[in-house]
Design a protein around this ligand. Structure first.
Ligand code: HPA
Ligand code: ZN
Length: 346
């Protein structure tokens, strides 16, 4: 076995948490065709190749222009269940033992699909993952930042009856002209209702650093999704380190919406002792699930097995599990590394 094969095998088996995963971004073409047939929807693309041919993204905006229209095939609670379940089966193969999964209710309610269909379908898959796959799975409701603050507030209201099924709230979609401050009120309300908080700070946006600063100092989230532009500001890096803030990095996604994985930035934050970890973002569109992302970054940046262990430990430390659950998962990572003769990070 070559070293890179050994590293890949180690990476896939490594117990890990996935914290940056859009359920709607796990819609593989095969399931899209199946759901379209089930719901009597005529798709413009008829073959797998035709669907793949539309995946020519150059930035976040061009990705989102493909991502949202594909969701039309999702209608019933069963559809949402089947989407999440297909992801969880793939996640199991990639070593995921805990997942905190984003969903975009406004992308569905805005086209007439009831919130209830979305949440009951996703929740059913999350419960089933615990029972049948040994994966603890949680849901994070993301507001679409290119919709109004009022729409976000109304979405939060419709989520309140399902509060026990939703661990936190996030913010995604197009960051341009939609800064964090637009949502400070709705995030404050979500915090008061007991939701955990995270927010996307996408890569290389106009005003990236200002947005990261606002998220750290005004909104005061517990994690930042992407956020690696923080390397440009040592003061903000120091604040994030002191607070143990999690950074949910997605190297393969970065290579689609910018010209590179941002491996240097991710590794420099790792070496600086920040709580960065690796995730997949929208794996059906970027062709890489979370284990694939570990391998891709390791190969690109020449990382060791011990570095991957640090990412896995960070994934649990930055999760919203209880301290006892975190400790148990971190111990499991240590046992996995130890059983394969891999040194633990110091
Ligand atoms: N950023 C913003 N919006 C998104 C993303 C992302 O990474 N993935 C799906 N919607
Ligand atoms: Zn994302």
């Amino acid at each position: 076995m070559t070293d890179s094969l050994a590293l890949a095998e180690f990476a896939y088996g490594l117990p890990k948490a996935e914290l940056h995963l859009h359920l709607e971004g796990t819609l593989e073409p095969e399931l899209k065709f199946e759901l379209a047939a089930r719901n009597g929807i005529e798709l413009a693309e008829k073959t797998f190749e035709e669907v793949k041919a539309t995946y020519n993204f150059t930035d976040l905006t061009s990705f989102l222009a493909v991502y949202y229209p594909a969701m039309q095939v999702l209608q019933t609670a069963d559809d949402f269940h089947d989407l999440a379940w297909a992801y969880l089966l793939r996640a199991k193969e990639q070593g995921v033992v805990h997942a905190e999964m984003f969903f975009d209710p406004q992308a569905h309610t805005s086209r007439g699909v009831p919130f209830e269909n979305v949440i009951t379908g996703y929740h059913r898959a999350a419960v089933r993952a615990g029972d049948e796959l040994g994966i603890s799975a949680e849901l994070i409701l993301c507001f679409l930042r290119d919709f109004s603050a009022e729409d976000a507030a109304a979405t939060l209201e419709s989520a309140l009856p399902y509060k026990d099924w939703i661990i936190g709230v996030g913010l995604d979609s197009d960051e341009r002209d939609n800064p964090p401050s637009k949502f400070s009120e709705v995030f404050a309300r979500a915090r008061a209702e007991g939701f955990r908080l995270t927010m996307h700070c996408d890569i290389d946006q106009v005003g990236s650093i200002d947005n990261i600063r606002a998220v750290l100092t005004d909104i005061r989230v517990e994690r930042i999704d992407h956020g690696t532009n923080i390397v440009e500001d040592p003061e903000l890096v120091a604040i994030a380190k002191e607070r143990g803030l999690g950074f949910t990095c997605c190297p393969v996604s970065n290579s689609f919406v910018t010209e590179q994985m941002k491996a240097d930035e991710i590794v420099s934050l790792l070496r600086a002792g920040l709580r960065v970890m690796i995730n997949s973002d929208d794996p059906a569109y970027f062709g890489a699930y979370v284990g694939d992302n570990y391998v891709a970054l390791a190969e690109q940046a020449g990382l060791s097995e011990t570095d991957l262990v640090q990412f896995a430990i960070n994934s649990f430390e930055a999760s919203w599990l209880t301290p006892e659950q975190k400790a148990a998962f971190v111990e499991r990572v240590g046992e996995y590394a130890g059983s394969r003769g891999v040194a633990l990070p110091v």
